[in-house]
Design a protein around this ligand. Structure first.
Ligand SMILES: [Zn+2]
Length: 217
């Protein structure tokens, strides 16, 4: 079973992907992990873009993804998060899977309002010293703005400031709108409301999987 998870930053893609991966006993592939592994392995073509802070072109990203998907541990399927990002990447993915006699079974599109996402992301804090993560809504520090582990002040990542978050959401929407249409036309995209708690989001996602792919029950 091949699943793809879509959703704006901060909507809970990673958490949902992990939960689905463990329920259906298939690995969770996050592009973040694949890219970090590429950097570690010293793939010079890939690293030269990352080092210069440039956007890695589709052709290079695609090669890296193809290599990853051909690995033995993905032969029974996967939950893919962070890819594809463009229609060209989606077409490439379809082609790679076709060669492996596979296809994307279902795309779960996590949906939450901009206000909800901003509320969640701007509540994130981390310790400037030990890196411990907090969330002012879901994982409050015991003492206001102080790390419970090492006593250092908590800081907010620049990425999580409201203006930056708004911009990240806009970029995401512009980028993925054509992709959502692409998968809607193929009738394999299902919207999932990402506003409830992770467990409830997971239940709706698992329901959708089992409706679409009944043999998984
Ligand atoms: Zn700390």
């Amino acid at each position: 079973m091949q699943l793809v998870i879509f959703g704006p930053p901060g909507v809970g893609k990673g958490t949902l992907s992990d939960m689905l991966a463990s329920k259906y006993k298939i690995p969770h592939i996050s592009t973040g992990d694949i890219f970090r592994a590429e950097i570690k392995s010293g793939n010079s073509e890939f690293v030269q873009y990352v080092e210069k802070g440039l956007l890695v072109p589709d052709s290079v990203v695609n090669k890296v993804i193809e290599k990853a998907l051909k690995q033995e541990n993905f032969k029974n399927g996967f939950v893919l998060d962070g890819y594809p990002r463009t229609t060209e990447q989606a077409e490439f993915l379809e082609n790679v899977l076709w060669k492996l006699k596979k296809k994307i079974d279902l795309v779960l599109n996590l949906v939450a309002s901009e206000d909800e996402i901003i509320k969640r992301l701007t509540a994130r804090r981390n310790c400037g010293k030990c890196g411990a993560l907090y969330n002012l809504i879901t994982m409050k520090p015991k003492k206001k703005d102080i790390c419970g582990k090492c006593g250092s002040p908590l800081v907010q990542r620049k990425d999580d400031e409201p203006e930056t978050v708004r911009k990240r959401i806009q970029v995401y929407q512009q980028e993925t709108a054509p992709l959502i249409d692409y998968y809607k036309k193929k009738k394999i995209l299902i919207d999932i409301d990402a506003s409830p708690k992770p467990k409830e989001v997971f239940n709706s996602a698992a329901d959708a999987v089992e409706r679409k792919i009944p043999k998984q029950q």
